[in-house]
Design a protein around this ligand. Structure first.
Ligand SMILES: Cc1cc2nc3c(=O)[nH]c(=O)nc-3n(C[C@H](O)[C@H](O)[C@H](O)COP(=O)(O)OP(=O)(O)OC[C@H]3O[C@@H](n4cnc5c(N)ncnc54)[C@H](O)[C@@H]3O)c2cc1C
Ligand SMILES: NC(=O)c1ccc[n+]([C@@H]2O[C@H](COP(=O)([O-])OP(=O)(O)OC[C@H]3O[C@@H](n4cnc5c(N)ncnc54)[C@H](OP(=O)(O)O)[C@@H]3O)[C@@H](O)[C@H]2O)c1
Length: 286
């Protein structure tokens, strides 16, 4: 990750991060409307990759929000899709974590981007997976399947998350073990991270599972909640509206099932305009 500056003082965290995020690298001349330049690309599996791009000087966003990004279509019109910003709000670049849909209009092409290429990025961030849409609480649960981890890759790198919560639990489930690697590497790097390691401390608990390939921890998030296995494994009491807050990001079916489970615990769905105990966003449109 490309960053500037020395290790941060403890407070005020967010202000310090913003000061360190001097945005110097937006290109002056652009062939595309709202163009940003790709700075790095990493392929994780044959259907997943991540990449980083320059950040527009004007772009301010809250960790967890999404923007529209894309490429110029063959018809001369921008071909845009919603993408969660996977980097935190203080980062000087923007990171994205992407699926490769073989016949997908955008990702069949986007998967071939290289450093130096340009993409289109509309600088209008929106979304419900933001800390402000939740009432204060002690414990924050982040529930993701597949690329639904992208907004949480932003939130777990934001110092404000650890200022607001005593404990943060990230549950991520994929079919196969290799599909967990992006999240695993990110989480494992955080305690030693010179910029936010001291905020994270031992507050972040990570609970990855697979559902199809054998791995040390298996099972759907929904099943591990309903059986109580996850509470026993990490040593927390069951979810309660007094102490626990949650964010959900996965397929429509997963989001639907998680809403029923969270409401069964007594949590109510919140929004930017009406904060409550949990928030949900689609990781993709089925
Ligand atoms: C709010 C929001 C945020 C999103 N954030 C991300 C993100 O951070 N990363 C990301 O990769 N995608 C994200 N998506 C999905 C993204 O907008 C596109 O659908 C995706 O890039 C594929 O584009 P496409 O044109 O290649 O195929 P599309 O025509 O858009 O999709 C074709 C089909 O591929 C499948 N598909 C699409 N996206 C995914 C996915 N992410 N995981 C599994 N299957 C998928 C679906 O079955 C879909 O019907 C998000 C979608 C929404 C609504
Ligand atoms: N992942 C792959 O290797 C792969 C390969 C080729 C094509 N695809 C296609 O790509 C699309 C998306 O696949 P994906 O793997 O990214 O996403 P996905 O099908 O949503 O599965 C991601 C994870 O979420 C779990 N899950 C799905 N529905 C759930 C629910 N209602 N409650 C709890 N957990 C749930 C899955 O468990 P289960 O395993 O129990 O369903 C899996 O572990 C699908 O159309 C798929 O056919 C995927």
């Amino acid at each position: 990750m490309k960053r500037e500056g020395a290790a941060p003082a403890r407070a005020p965290a967010t202000e310090q991060m913003n000061q360190q995020s001097t945005i110097m690298n937006a290109p002056a001349a652009k062939a595309l409307p709202d163009a940003q330049t790709v700075t790095s690309v990493r392929h994780w599996t044959d259907r997943l990759f991540s990449f980083r791009v320059t950040r527009p000087r004007s772009l301010r966003f809250r960790s967890g929000e999404f923007v529209m990004i894309g490429l110029m279509g063959e018809n001369g019109k921008p071909l845009l899709r919603a993408y969660s910003i996977a980097s935190p709000s203080w980062d000087e670049e923007l990171e994205f974590y992407s699926i490769k849909v073989p016949d997908g209009p955008l990702t069949s092409r986007l998967q071939h981007i290289q450093p130096g290429d340009e993409i289109i990025l509309r600088p209008k961030p929106v979304g419900t997976l933001v800390l402000d849409a939740l009432l204060p609480g002690k414990r924050l649960w982040l529930f993701a399947t597949g690329t639904g981890i992208a907004p949480f890759a932003s939130i777990v790198r934001d110092p404000e998350t650890y200022e607001r919560y005593d404990e943060v639990i990230l549950m991520h489930t994929c079919r196969d073990a290799a599909e967990l690697d992006y999240g695993r590497e990110l989480v494992e790097s955080l305690p030693e991270d010179p910029l936010i390691g001291e905020f994270v401390g031992d507050k972040l608990k990570y609970y990855p599972t697979t559902t199809r390939e054998e791995s040390p921890r298996m099972g759907r998030i929904t099943d591990n909640l309903k059986s109580g296995k996850v509470f026993a494994d990490i040593g927390t009491p069951p979810i309660s509206p007094e102490t626990d807050r949650a964010m959900v990001c996965g397929s429509l079916a997963f989001n639907h099932d998680m809403k029923a489970i969270l409401e069964g615990y007594g949590l109510r769905e919140g929004a930017n305009s009406d904060p409550a105990e949990y928030v949900v966003e689609k990781a993709f449109v089925d």
